[in-house]
Design a protein around this ligand. Sequence first.
Ligand code: ACO
Length: 433
Amino acid sequence: MTEYVKLVIGEETYKLPVIEGSEGEKAIDILKLRQKTGYITFDPGYANTGSCKSAITFMNGERGILRYRGIPIEVLAEESSFREVAYLLVNGVLPTQKEINRFSVLLNDHSLVHEDMRTFFENFPRMSHPMGILSSMVNALRSFYPYLHQDAEEEINITVTRLLSKIRTMAAMSYKMSRGHKVVYPRPDLSYCANFLNMMFDTPVRPYEIDKEVVRALSVFWVLHADHEQNASAATVRNVGSARTNLYACISAGVSTLWGPLHGGANQAVIEMLDAVVKNDISAKHLVEKAKDKNDPFRLAGFGHRIYKTYDPRARIMKQMCDAVLEKFQTSDPLLDVAKELEEFALQDDYFVSHHLYPNVDFYSGIVLRAIGIPTNMFTVMFAIGRLPGWIAQWKESMEDPNLRISRPRQVYIGPKETEYIPVGEREMNIDK
Ligand code: ACO
């Protein structure tokens, strides 16, 4: 039986239906609100707005739960590979051995990037941020791989495979080119993650030795980033897709959104913050006080989350990975010591406790990336490669929704009422007023 809530406006009472998700989360369906009442809702940042129904990822921010297609993130990080998780997110089910083999063959077949794309890479200024390059190049893929005009499902499958496979080739290519080094091509004998590492670090003078544990660490890093329901970049991908824009352009927009320091760019911001702490001998107390100061725009990078009001389950795994990776290399990282000290200090601070601010996935991820040799300006690119299956899954789900409408929020207009047009010669100087 449908549950309703009552909305009272003046003398009128309106009944609004309630929809319930499979985990018991309830939403008031306001689809007919404006039509029935003339009112709209006001929710900047959409913190209370469900923009879609989705069967991909479940999060519970109060209990620190994250599941892809129902499977807990902890289990996937332990048992699965990034390739398998990508398949799970995009196709909705875990692949059989035959399916995973077929998927690997496809990823291999589509791993090369059109040679003409090198001209684009070569012409970006040397100091370009790799996220800007990645966003442009993903968009450019559409020009190199135009619409095939074949069976729609086949078209989507090929586009999805191309994106998943070529993104790591393009990311490694941009790194090599930024260093002025020879590009390394993908190899058919290497796994998804090993191939990426090899393309990044192999050089003619120092062949890259593939280490199983490093490959595993990268795979877990990407598994942890693979989806996060309606985050800013996934919502962007859906928004752009709602205009029926091609998938390459949607993903390019997702990459641009992720670049921001409040989103994926936080992993770079964390390392820069920790680095500054070490170099300038800043105390944890000073940094926490600065983050609390409302007159200072500074925020503790890698802390806080729109949904998680407890420890981010991904951060917990990432923190353990920091220790494991550093132990493997039998080395230490002063940034990890600072990060741990900062976390301990912040979690005892009243402001952080009362605001429910805990480390998010970005707080420890940079330390793992540093340990495996990824340069800081590539951190957000690493996040983007990991998030790609999620973006694709979100886009695919929205395209399969028979009720999909173009995303078009409303606004509360606060500008001038109808205003007289003054001919240019009769206008007063605004700055002298
Ligand atoms: N340091 C200090 N104070 C913080 C922080 C922080 N990192 N994060 C939130 N707050 C405070 C805000 O000042 C605000 O305080 P107030 O209510 O007293 O004014 C309160 O907590 C709520 O913050 P909002 O900005 O309203 O929370 P919102 O949900 O909009 O933002 C966000 C979440 C963007 C992640 C925020 O916590 C933040 O800026 N964190 C730092 C950047 C970061 O780590 N981003 C990565 C997010 S995870 C990801 O994308 C993978």
